[in-house]
Design a protein around this ligand. Structure first.
Ligand SMILES: [Zn+2]
Ligand SMILES: [Zn+2]
Length: 197
């Protein structure tokens, strides 16, 4: 699979949610081995959210009783551990719209931030953005805050009635040749507006 190697060209080739997961997983596997993230990626599931959200990504975790960041968790033999021992599975949820608006550097920064959350959860049973998170993020070159993603750069509207027809984050054929397309509402050409960021 071409999306497995985490490269720029593979990143540019990502077109589907499955490909985004595949690329992001590959990046995280490499980050875990090269950059000393202490994470067990076998206990991480992935999903892509297509709903509009301001957060680029999030780690969804089960609630673990009496968990505190900084207090290492003994997973084996406790009720909240799974049958095989070790931490319960958590889910990294990626926003498709954020991916569309981020370049590779911003996306990998986002993944590194989420890896710190995974690391905290697997170590302590909970995660936050406190002082321990900040220290750890700095140590592994992850941002303490992930950029909230921007409004789309291009807005395509119907020339006849002015309705918004489509949003695009990057230049593409629809943006370059908007007048060649027709709106579904009025079968009229499209106007393309550029939004200030
Ligand atoms: Zn966070
Ligand atoms: Zn219209």
């Amino acid at each position: 699979m071409g999306h497995e190697n985490g490269s720029q060209s593979a990143y540019d080739a990502v077109e589907t949610a499955d490909e985004l997961v595949s690329w992001s997983r590959a990046y995280c596997r490499r980050a875990a081995s090269d950059d000393d993230f202490d994470v067990d990626l076998h206990r991480v599931e992935w999903e892509v959210s297509t709903r509009a959200k301001r957060r680029a990504a999030a780690v969804k975790t089960p609630t673990v009783d009496d968990a505190t960041v900084g207090e290492p968790r003994q997973w084996d033999g406790t009720s909240s551990s799974n049958r095989l021992g070790g931490p319960p599975t958590c889910t990294v949820s990626l926003s498709w719209r954020a991916f569309e608006s981020f370049d590779r550097g911003e996306w990998t920064a986002t993944l590194r931030h989420e890896l710190v959350h995974v690391e905290q959860f697997q170590a302590f049973g909970t995660t936050d953005h406190g002082p321990a998170f900040k220290r750890r993020a700095e140590a592994v070159d992850a941002p303490v805050r992930v950029r909230r993603f921007a409004e789309p750069t291009y807005i395509l509207t119907c020339e006849a009635c002015g309705a918004d027809v489509a949003y695009r984050y990057r230049e593409c054929k629809l943006v370059r040749e908007s007048a060649a397309y027709r709106s579904a509402c009025c079968e009229a050409p499209l106007d393309c507006r550029t939004q200030e960021r």
